[in-house]
Write a protein that binds this ligand. Structure first.
Ligand code: MN3
Length: 193
């Protein structure tokens, strides 16, 4: 069974004006799709073709890892956002963020610093590292699953995620992600899953 590009959980223009339909059209329709296509080319006819993305991510390195992790990371990123999202968390996430960071404002400050300060292409993450919630970032395609951490939320900080809408102003994109896009219901599902 070939790997498939999962459907977006909303219309391509649903996150506008925060993330434009043009950005989603390229980011989902071209970048994310290309990772799926290349993963299929690399794994076709091999034992990896029938494995889960998670199995590939935790058992391979190099080209195959990069494609599989980018497929997984993008699917996770889309699901962690939604129209009318952002702002203070609800439910279990509210309690967990309070315990780990002291307050939602302190969480925002740390997440924005990690995502804004990450050098080069990569991902900023909210994870459960086994002792509670933590903020981290990974380079290129890397994913918390390879560091024995449970991903809860991610922000894509590759330039292709924000350059059309924000040009070089990554901090503005990250602030908008936190204020207007985070889908806390998704985070709560990860916490209870
Ligand atoms: Mn991307």
């Amino acid at each position: 069974m070939a790997f498939e590009l999962p459907q977006l959980p909303y219309a391509e223009d649903a996150l506008a004006p925060h993330i434009s339909a043009e950005t989603i059209s390229y980011h989902y329709g071209k970048h994310h799709k290309k990772y799926v296509d290349t993963l299929n080319e690399l794994t076709q006819g091999t034992d990896l073709a029938d494995k889960s993305l998670e199995d590939i991510i935790t058992s391979t390195e190099g080209k195959v890892f990069n494609q599989a992790a980018q497929v997984w990371n993008h699917t996770f990123y889309w699901r962690g956002m939604g129209p009318d999202g952002g702002g203070a968390p609800t439910g279990e996430a509210a309690d967990a963020i309070g315990s780990a960071f002291g307050s939602y404002d302190a969480f925002v400050e740390q997440f924005a610093a990690e995502a804004g300060g990450h050098f080069g292409s990569g991902w900023a993450w909210l994870v459960d590292d086994g002792s509670g919630l933590a903020i981290t970032s990974t380079h290129d395609a890397d994913n918390p699953l390879t560091h024995s951490q449970k991903p809860l939320l991610t922000c894509d900080v590759w330039e292709h995620a924000y350059y059309i809408d924000y040009r070089n102003a990554r901090p503005d994109y990250v602030a908008t992600f936190l204020n207007s896009l985070v889908n806390w219901d998704w985070v709560n599902q990860q916490l209870s899953g």
